[in-house]
Design a protein around this ligand. Structure first.
Ligand code: NAD
Length: 481
């Protein structure tokens, strides 16, 4: 089996070791072998990106537009093949994998358009005879560090704006999912960018990621991953000399409020999709289902019935609704939390069992805990698996209080037919994204993405707002002739 290599300065480069990428639906299946970079590889990539910055930052917007469009078009043209690769290495179902690939392509196409819409401002000065211009400039070399759960979409929504606004890139994907990252990087490396503008270094966070953070030549870090890693990266970037600009997207414990007046079918679909699709491995997953007492019994009964009909199986198989958990360590984390929930006195109303399928894999049935309190660890800590708590609430006001009683603030949803409550919730939910009668997970690519509190730090990602992170503003004064 040939090893997929890093891409540094436009050349394929060996790493210091090799990572075997294993299919979580079938652990006998090796998806591929991928180079694991060393600190020296990371520094070589940073050097290449630094050398390429002068040219790329001054490149014409037509060149950037064409490169980004070419990347987006190729991703979409190869959606079935790339979606299959993604589902095979990460474990989300094939339709979810193909959907994510299409999303990645759309993001590149969107930023191809944004490259042509780079605007500045020209204002009269408050002082006579002067003009003032405000322009945006690229930052320099940006380090992009991504998690395993969206192996192509999250890299896309960091790389596309970075390149669009004239930055050069060093990219480190998550260890578990180098396949999609490599395929994306291969497409980018054939899109006509000058050598060194984009560099891929696969490998460990503590080696490659740490080298990005320590390097004086990296101007900014955009990170998505867990809260602990994010906090440690933030502390290092702020202590660095010079300080680095940072953008952190981290965990969630997202509430879905279901009120007495909700349409039951809509509420159940929002809960199933938000809590369990993509195996619950989404930062925007609805892991807390906060349900008012008048609909509680009916909702739990309908949701349990719906869960009974879901097929947990090989991600690539027709008819699978929920694929496997990504790996053994995440599976252990999920089953540990199921044990914690039991010990805390929550009732395991459905699932939470390890399943055997025709091939060996990390299969877990969706776990629904009822009679939970918002104080239990299963209601407070991010599990990142197919595990949800149903928490009773007295009324809307109590449900809103519970929804906001969390250290996180990424996405918050409500199911109701009341305009009064939905309007109030949109204003008062302490989250970066609010969903009314739609799942807490699932977002558009042309509008801002991000959260509050422990979920996010720094400017928003995606849409036109991405320029807030990927550019720096310059104000120029000119004495008029
Ligand atoms: P993680 O924090 O373990 O790893 C994320 C990335 O950081 C990986 O590439 C990893 O190699 C790297 N890393 C680890 N230690 C590092 C270090 N010391 N220095 C530099 N880089 C380092 O997270 P994960 O397990 O890959 O992803 C799951 C987490 O991501 C969950 O908490 C989830 O909520 C979060 N997530 C958040 C969003 C969002 O947009 N808010 C989206 C997806 C996932």
């Amino acid at each position: 089996m040939s090893v997929f290599k890093n891409i540094i300065g436009g050349q394929q480069a060996d790493g210091q070791s090799v990572y075997r990428n294993i299919n979580p639906s079938n652990t006998n299946d090796t998806v591929g072998e991928y180079a694991q970079g060393s600190k020296a590889d990371a520094l070589a990539a940073i050097g290449a990106a630094k050398a390429a910055f002068a040219g790329w930052s001054q490149s014409g917007v037509q060149q950037r537009h064409e490169a980004l469009k070419k990347i987006g078009d190729e991703i979409i043209a190869r959606k079935d093949e790339l979606g299959r690769l993604l589902s095979r290495e990460e474990g989300k179902t094939l339709p979810e994998g193909v959907g994510e690939v299409v999303r990645a392509g759309q993001i590149f196409q969107f930023f191809a358009g944004e490259a042509l819409r780079l605007a500045g401002e020209k204002l009269p000065s408050v002082r006579a005879g002067l003009d003032v211009e405000i322009t945006r400039e690229p930052l320099g070399v940006v380090g992009l560090i991504t998690p395993w759960n969206f192996p192509i979409a999250i890299p896309a929504w960091k790389i596309a704006p970075a390149l669009c606004y004239g930055n050069t890139v060093v990219f480190k994907p998550a260890e578990f999912v180098p396949g999609s990252a490599w395929a994306l990087s291969d497409i980018i490396s054939r899109a006509g960018l000058p050598d060194g503008v984009f560099n891929l270094v696969m490998g460990r966070g503590s080696t490659v990621g740490a080298a990005f953070i320590e390097s004086k030549d990296v101007a900014a870090i955009s990170f998505t991953g867990s809260v602990n890693t994010g906090r440690s990266i933030a502390a290092q970037c702020i202590a660095a000399q010079p300080m680095k600009k940072i953008q952190l997207e981290m965990g969630g414990k997202n509430p879905l409020v279901v009120l007495n007046d909700a349409d039951l079918k809509t509420a159940v679909e929002c809960a199933v999709n938000g809590a369990f699709f993509s195996t619950g491995q989404r930062c925007t997953a609805s892991s807390r289902l906060i349900v008012t007492k008048g609909i509680y019994k009916e909702f739990v009964a309908a949701l349990t019935e719906r869960l009974k009909g879901l097929v947990v199986d090989d991600a690539l198989k027709d008819g699978t609704h929920i694929g496997p958990v990504v790996d053994q360590s995440q599976l252990d984390q999920d089953t540990d939390y199921i044990e914690v929930g039991r010990k805390e006195g929550a009732k395991l109303a459905f699932g939470g069992e390890l399943l055997r399928r025709s091939n060996p894999g990390f299969y877990l049935s969706p776990a629904l805990f009822t009679e939970c309190s918002n104080e239990m660890r299963i209601s407070r800590e991010e599990i990142f698996g197919p595990v949800a708590s149903v928490i009773p609430a007295d009324n809307y006001e109590d449900a809103l209080r519970l929804a906001n009683d969390t250290e996180f603030g990424l996405s918050a949803g409500i199911c109701t037919t009341s305009l009064k409550y939905s309007s109030h919730f949109k204003r008062h939910a302490e989250a970066g994204m609010v969903m009314v009668n739609v799942p807490t997970a699932g977002v558009d690519y042309h509008v801002p993405f991000g959260g509050r509190k422990a979920s996010s730090y720094g400017p928003r990602e995606q849409g036109a707002y991405a320029k807030e992170f990927h550019t720096t503003v310059k104000t120029a004064y000119t004495l008029a002739q």
